[in-house]
Design a binder for this molecule. Structure first.
Ligand code: I6G
Length: 698
């Protein structure tokens, strides 16, 4: 019998049940309901996953309405996994944060042919096999997700989060048309499927066209659109977004008979009803990997989705187990990243942006151009030295580069096209407050001398004061700060504490409720750790780490303010420039007044317990060691870990060099791990770290 006959037979049975609903037994209704929902699940699979419609649109609509009709008529039916749930459900107030049953690991990165050869060589040495097979896939640029199924039914879905815990986004994931709500084939009783949620390039263009027609904000790129959709609290909105899931792996739980190869694992996932990319291949050795890279680079633009690299995995599962893990990344897998995209455009003009400390950055305003999936119209030129070195002019055609989420930069001009260009000249006065600009270090750094009189500096200083690591004023975003400074309601940080409801409700997009919430957050920020306060007042070069070191060492604001140069540089994290800046800061009457006013308006400082070197056990393995902490950790936040290691007398620095004694590598350790490996620096993962810390605290 063909599909058309199946559809007609189903319709006849349903019409009978619906027309004669009182005569049908509960079992009869359950049976036909089950048959119909299975049929529609199958139609969805053929349409959304295989891209081969099974029935006509008209038949589909008719069957779908019959299914809805059954659910409305027979309330005893369990519709939790019905195809009708794809339209979304209730609106949530927030997402629950849930621990992953199995950690979602990250991948080590490779960038060059040398990295690929080294990856293959490492695995050859580890396994003792010279001709290794790899399973290869494109690395989709989307949002990683883990979906759990029990007895073949979708149970819950979590975002990757920090790898240890993620947000529960089940309602939104259930709206994704190619995510099976019920598994087919021979799926294990409990299974976790991992994949990437994306919006295909063509769907992204239509989505933005629709948004434009409705006068709504456009999405920057498919990844942002996918991530934003999954984080919608109203799943009816997510249901309207053209999201897709491409599965890439399995979180192995008891009851799954692990096959021999990664390739077979992907076929298992596919057989349960998931879409996998069409580009999965198995190749031999580094040569095969490089050929795969060349092939995919060539067809990258024609793929339906954005990719930011490729993933290579040892194909044999037993060999994966032999290779094991390093710093929470599998040793048996590698993400081969594509180089940052570069495009050509034109510099229309150059503006000078003023930062928190008055430092001036030249910014090129560009003819808008698409790069790395977003439209770019600004790029940094760093400073005047860079402009001179690169020989960039206004009106030049230039190459710009955008890597990941970092600010795009001008790489070089194309002087062969140069006509009617003009030189870039640093203005003598600040474009915002018109104060004199001082040039330091032979042009490398230029600064506006307006200090708190410059509204541009004030805006950046208030943003810094209110930021998460400083006073942490929730709800005080950049746009509000800009309005407050423009309207001269805030000239200095203490003005924040004098704001009234009347001041706030007059601002754009501030209703009574949001204004009251903001006043409450401002009030609760008055209780402030000394270290946060030091960081918040924005002393030049005094970052979060040095603020903590100062607070821990001196224990009170008065002690920090009166410390002399020698006392300051005796602290591990304070260098000579920082010590000089600290002394200059406290000598400046304006700064003294600002701090005084903050304390007068009720800021209550919480002083830490002072720690002296003599309290530290000098035999501990971290004493006097220079450490770099990278990646994320299960049991510590990075900040807490830094604090803990500093309390053992360690010096925590930001980058790996020959002087580094140890790298503390958590999850997603990335380039610092690679550099430490190449310099033969001792690497400690979270497990070893816990052992060392436990031994020390005994
Ligand atoms: O983030 C990832 C993207 C794609 C992955 C991944 C992947 O395979 C194609 N595979 C693994 C093993 C991990 N992350 C940890």
């Amino acid at each position: 019998m063909n599909i058309k006959d199946d559809v007609e037979k189903l319709k006849r049975k349903l019409e009978h049940v619906i027309a004669d609903s009182k005569m049908s037994s509960e079992l009869e209704v359950q049976t036909i309901y089950h048959e119909l929902s299975q049929f529609i699940h199958n139609c969805n699979y053929y349409y959304h996953t295989l891209d081969k419609p099974l029935v006509s649109d008209r038949d589909y609509d008719e069957l779908y309405h019959l299914l809805k009709n059954l659910e409305e008529r027979f309330l005893f039916l369990d519709s939790t996994h019905s195809p009708t749930t794809r339209v979304g459900a209730k609106v949530l107030s927030s997402f629950n944060v849930v621990k992953h049953k199995l950690q979602m690991l990250s991948l080590s990165n490779g960038f060059s042919e040398e990295d690929i050869k080294a990856f293959d060589k490492r695995l050859q040495d580890l396994t003792g096999i010279s001709d290794l097979q790899y399973e290869c896939e494109p690395k989709l640029d989307g949002l990683a997700i883990s979906i759990h199924y029990q007895d073949g039914k979708l149970l819950y879905a979590l975002t990757r989060g920090d790898g240890t815990e993620g947000e529960e986004v089940t309602e939104n994931v259930k709206t994704i048309r190619n995510v099976p709500l019920v598994l087919s084939g021979n799926a294990p009783r409990y299974v976790e499927v991992r994949g990437e949620i994306v919006i295909n390039k063509a769907d992204f263009l239509s989505l933005n066209q629709q948004s434009e027609k409705k006068g709504q904000k456009l999405f920057a790129n498919p990844r942002n659109a996918a991530a934003g959709s999954i984080r919608q609290l109203d799943s009816k909105i997510a249901a309207k977004r053209p999201l897709k899931l491409y599965a890439y792996g399995i979180g192995v739980h008891e009851g799954y008979a692990v096959p021999n190869t990664q390739y077979q694992m992907m076929q298992d996932v596919h057989s349960w009803g998931f879409q996998i990319t069409n580009e999965v291949e198995v190749v031999s050795g580094a040569k095969g990997l490089i050929a795969y890279y060349n092939k995919l680079s060539h067809i990258r633009a024609d793929l339906p989705y954005d990719i930011d690299g490729l993933v290579y995995k040892l194909n044999e599962i037993s060999k994966q187990q032999e290779a094991g893990f390093i710093a929470k990344a599998p040793r048996w897998a590698l993400a081969h990243k594509f180089p940052a995209e570069e495009v050509e455009t034109e510099i229309e003009r150059v503006d000078f942006q003023i930062g928190r400390t008055g430092a001036i950055t030249p910014v090129a305003r560009l003819k808008p151009v698409a790069v790395g999936g977003v439209i770019v119209s600004n790029a940094t030129l760093h400073n005047m030295d860079e402009i001179k070195r690169k020989d960039v002019h206004i009106g030049d055609r230039v190459i710009i580069r955008r890597a990941g989420d970092v600010i795009p930069e001008v790489v070089r001009p194309l002087p062969q096209y140069r006509r009617n260009t003009t030189s870039i000249v640093m203005p003598e006065n600040c474009p915002v407050c018109h104060s004199k600009i001082e040039i330091i270090n032979d042009q490398a750094v230029a600064r506006c001398t307006g200090d708190w009189l410059c509204k541009a500096q004030t805006k950046e200083r208030i943003k810094h004061f209110a930021s998460r690591k400083a006073a942490d004023i929730d709800g005080l975003g950049d746009k509000i700060i800009e309005q407050l400074v423009d309207k001269e309601l805030v000239k200095l940080p203490d003005d924040l504490y004098q704001l009234t409801l009347t001041d706030l409700v007059q601002l754009e997009r501030m209703a009574r409720k949001s204004s009251l919430n903001l006043l409450a957050s401002i009030a609760s920020s008055k209780k402030l750790d000394l270290a946060r306060f030091i960081y918040a007042i924005g002393i030049r070069d005094i970052g979060e780490v040095s603020s903590k070191a100062l607070a821990l060492h001196f224990g009170s604001l008065e002690n920090i303010a009166s410390a002399n140069f020698d006392a300051l540089i005796s602290i591990n994290d304070i260098g000579e420039v920082m010590a000089k800046n600290l002394i200059e800061f406290w000598q400046n009457q304006n700064n003294q007044d600002m701090v005084k006013r903050l304390l007068e308006c009720g800021i209550e400082l919480i002083n830490p317990e002072v720690q002296t070197v003599s309290q530290i056990d000098e035999d501990n393995p971290f004493f006097n060691k220079t450490l770099v902490i990278t990646g994320s950790f299960n049991d510590f936040s990075r900040d807490k870990l830094k604090e803990k290691l500093q309390s053992y007398g360690a010096k925590c620095v930001g980058s790996v060099s020959k002087k580094t004694d140890m790298l503390i590598a958590g999850d997603k350790a990335g380039s610092k791990l690679e550099k430490a490996q190449s310099l033969n620096i001792k690497i400690i993962d979270e497990r070893e770290l816990s052992v060392l810390l436990n031994n020390e605290s005994k």
